[in-house]
Design a protein around this ligand. Structure first.
Ligand code: RB5
Length: 150
């Protein structure tokens, strides 16, 4: 599986740790930046990861900022993206099982790194359940069709 990862300055240290963690587990990681702790604007990196997933360059994505809020909002503006901001493993499991989330978001200033890595492991080892949830995800896609300009 190919995973695109991106962050702002607040998420940089966690991105580096998560990237190494995933590579050690055999995932291919596509790093969309940022590449230092110099202050940057999170929408740029949320969009970059979202575009990688939406285009098929990556299968799934991870976005990290201080809270996870700004970068998840940004990623969710890209058609086809269901970015889920998770603060615990239960949310990560449900984001995959029920929402078929294709981007994981979390906040580096909110979670300890061990909690964050646990969330990552659950997110990437849980499958979409389908069934009644298929209909709901389809309804999300219909909202996109009705409201997107391009
Ligand atoms: C950066 O200071 C901070 O605003 C950003 O990382 C994020 O928390 C925004 O939602």
């Amino acid at each position: 599986m190919k995973i695109a990862i991106g962050c702002d300055h607040a998420g940089y240290q966690y991105k580096e740790i998560v990237k190494k963690h995933l590579e050690e587990k055999g995932f291919q990681v596509i790093d969309k930046g940022t590449y230092s702790e110099e202050r940057v604007d999170y929408p740029i990196y949320g969009e970059a990861v979202a575009n990688a997933v939406a285009s098929g360059e990556a299968d799934k994505g991870i976005v990290i900022c201080g809270t996870g809020i700004g970068i998840s909002i940004s990623a969710n503006k890209v058609k086809g993206i269901r970015a889920a901001l998770c603060t615990n493993e239960y949310m990560a499991r449900m984001a995959r099982k029920h929402n078929d989330a294709n981007v994981l978001a979390f906040g580096a200033r909110v979670l300890g790194i061990d909690v964050a890595l646990g969330i990552v492991d659950v997110f990437f080892s849980t499958d979409f359940e389908g069934g009644r949830h298929e209909r709901r995800v389809k309804l999300i896609k219909e909202i996109e069709e009705k409201n997107f300009c391009k």
